[in-house]
Ligand binder design. Structure first.
Ligand code: 5SP
Length: 229
């Protein structure tokens, strides 16, 4: 996985057909998705339960590109190896999920995956200031994690602060929650390069009629690229 700062659209399969994940991943990729975003929730760190490493391993053969695994779980460390073995290219843990985020990020890199750190809306940018050389991606949550389809919370100031803190380091800024053609320009202008979008990508389409996925992805990308800082 090579680093570049172009806009990348990462559909969240939380909004896909749960009975058809493999085909949904292949369909969004064929329709222009850059990454596939997988939301792992434990009913403890967040008030919802989704899926685990076995599901990630099952969909891996259906994804040609980057499988981006967002762990909304606590604890994280006991499960890192399982998600790496399942084929995750990026594993992101929340800074709020445990007391030893340095150890977590080191363990993710040691597993062979890229290491991401996520920030809830209530957590300031400064919480990751000491982690910039240990991380490959900072995920700025623009909803409180747990569910798709929530209203976007504007985190532009945080994104700008992070972009300045990151400087020339090869660190992605990913935005997650409420991204659509209206909000994509807000986060892109502030300096985000990876845009996770669930409902806004999957709306109107299905594996038997995937063209709307492509139209939705193109619309979000065009809105973001038009203003990308
Ligand atoms: O991690 C999360 C929610 O916790 C997100 O990945 C959502 O799944 C994004 O969904 P939309 O807000 O785009 O519908």
């Amino acid at each position: 996985m090579t680093f570049d700062r172009s806009i990348k659209i990462a559909p969240s399969i939380l909004a896909a057909d749960f009975a058809n994940f493999g085909a949904e991943c292949a369909a969004v990729e064929a329709q222009g998705a850059d990454w596939v975003h997988v939301d792992v929730m434990d009913g403890h760190f967040v008030p919802n339960i989704t899926f685990g490493p076995a599901m990630c391993a099952a969909i891996r053969p259906h994804i040609k590109g980057v499988m981006d695994v967002h762990l909304m779980i606590s604890p994280v460390d006991p499960y890192i190896e399982d998600f790496a073995k399942a084929g995750a290219d990026v594993i992101t843990a929340h800074v709020e999920a445990g007391p030893h985020i340095h150890r977590t990020l080191q363990a993710i890199r040691a597993s062979g995956a890229k290491a991401g750190v996520a920030l809830n809306p209530g957590t300031p940018a400064e919480a990751v200031a000491h982690l910039l050389d240990l991380t490959d991606l900072i995920c700025v949550m623009t909803v409180n994690p747990g569910f798709g389809g929530q209203k976007f919370i504007d985190m532009s100031d945080k994104i700008r602060t992070l972009r300045a803190m990151i400087g020339d380091r090869p660190v992605h800024i990913e935005i997650d929650g409420g991204v659509d053609p209206k909000t994509a320009p807000i986060v892109a202008q502030a300096g985000a390069d990876v845009l996770v979008a669930g409902s806004a990508v999957f709306k109107g389409g299905s594996v038997s009629d995937p063209a709307p996925y492509g139209a939705n992805i193109r619309e979000i990308r065009a809105a973001a690229e038009g203003v990308y800082a």
